[in-house]
Design a binder for this molecule. Structure first.
Ligand code: COA
Length: 330
């Protein structure tokens, strides 16, 4: 392992064309209101795939933008990793392999998926970073892509109002020394598995009755998830600041997984972040799972300056969570 600095060379995102507002959900007959959803979550709208659109379609379009932003071509990519828990195929092939084909990369480069739910982007970034540091790979396409809309019960108001579809992509590669990813810590606590889950795997195979009962859709204990999320966020920010000998005032921006505005407000108050340090776009997209952090990075890319210290903080089902510190190098 050498001491290369690895960072983001290019970034891109894609969300489906169809926008669904809170009022649209009410019009569809859901017993909810724009006021309830916005007050409890900060969400105003989300983007939803069409019937034939897949996770790889979103990932492919985000990838093309990231490649262009990095001033590279698809021929420069030598590995593809997709963070997703909503793959195109239930078992296989991986969504990453499908993306490789869509990008018309005919060379046999490695392509694989990482399943860490909403923490997927933090996990995947770290995997890619280490492959580049090993010296065996140069430009890795890292994607966070999820289509949760096909995995929720649209009559269950406790879950369906929260989620949206999207894909974010970065090209990771070598950057100048002391820039890029400076720190990563990843965590999991499998004892929390039942508080946020989607059945239909080997524990409860998909039978006709199981699907009829909608048992394969996302199930969540919202209150417990909220409590767990704020606990692990506190832990990971403390670890990062202690381990890196930094203060909150050294941090330019805090980019957390966009699950709920109330979680972000809690973190801002508890940590005493300034309002403009905490970035959010949950109002537009809802919770897009593994895509949410790169969607924020892409939306706020224009305001980042070289040298900015940016915390990425993901959390999600498992429970899994992760924190990365990036020194912006673009
Ligand atoms: N519209 C209107 N009412 C709703 C509703 C909706 N979309 N969803 C739930 N309600 C109702 C409930 O039925 C309940 O009614 P009752 O008191 O008559 O039983 C009431 O609102 C309160 O429900 P509760 O679940 O206690 O609300 P809450 O304040 O905990 O908010 C969440 C619900 C989901 C917004 C909140 O728990 C949350 O954000 N949790 C974290 C979720 C998350 O981040 N998940 C992803 C992690 S990666």
């Amino acid at each position: 392992m050498n001491n290369k600095s690895v960072g983001i060379l290019g970034i891109g995102k894609y969300v489906p064309e169809k926008k669904v507002t809170n009022d649209d959900l009410v019009s569809m007959g859901l017993d909810t209101s724009d006021e309830w959803i916005f007050e409890r979550t900060g969400i105003r709208s989300r983007y939803i795939v069409s019937e034939n659109e897949t996770t790889s379609d979103l990932a492919y379009k985000a990838a093309l933008k990231a490649v262009k932003d990095a001033s590279l071509t698809v021929d420069d990519i030598d590995m593809i990793i997709v963070a997703t828990t909503t793959p195109d195929y239930r078992l296989f092939p991986s969504t990453a392999a499908v993306v490789q084909n869509l990008l018309k990369i005919n060379r046999p480069i490695p392509a694989f998926d990482v399943a860490a739910a909403c923490s997927g982007f933090s996990y995947t970034l770290s995997i890619a970073e280490n492959y580049i540091k090993s010296g065996h790979y140069k430009n890795v396409l890292v994607l966070g892509a999820d289509v949760l809309s096909k995995n929720i019960d649209w009559t269950d108001r406790t879950t369906c109002v929260l989620f949206g579809d999207g894909a974010g992509a970065v090209i990771l590669g070598e950057v100048e020394p002391e820039y890029g990813i400076l720190y990563t810590k990843l965590y999991a606590d499998g004892s929390c598995a039942e508080i946020l889950k989607a059945d239909g795997g080997t524990k409860s195979p998909l039978t006709e009755g199981f699907v009829r009962d909608k048992s394969h859709f996302i199930k969540m204990n919202g209150r417990l998830v909220f409590k767990e999320a704020v606990k692990v966020i506190d832990m990971s920010i403390k670890d990062l600041l202690d381990d890196c000998c930094l203060n909150l005032s050294d941090i330019s921006y805090y980019v957390a997984h966009q699950a709920n505005m109330r979680i972000l407000d809690y973190v801002r108050q508890k940590q005493a972040f300034k309002t403009n340090q905490v970035l959010s776009n949950i109002d537009k997209y809802g919770n897009t799972s593994a895509a949410s952090i790169p969607l924020v990075l892409d939306d706020f890319n224009h305001q980042f300056k070289k040298g900015d210290y940016i915390i990425l903080n993901a959390f999600g089902a498992g429970f899994t969570w992760g924190v990365n510190l990036i020194r912006w190098s673009k």
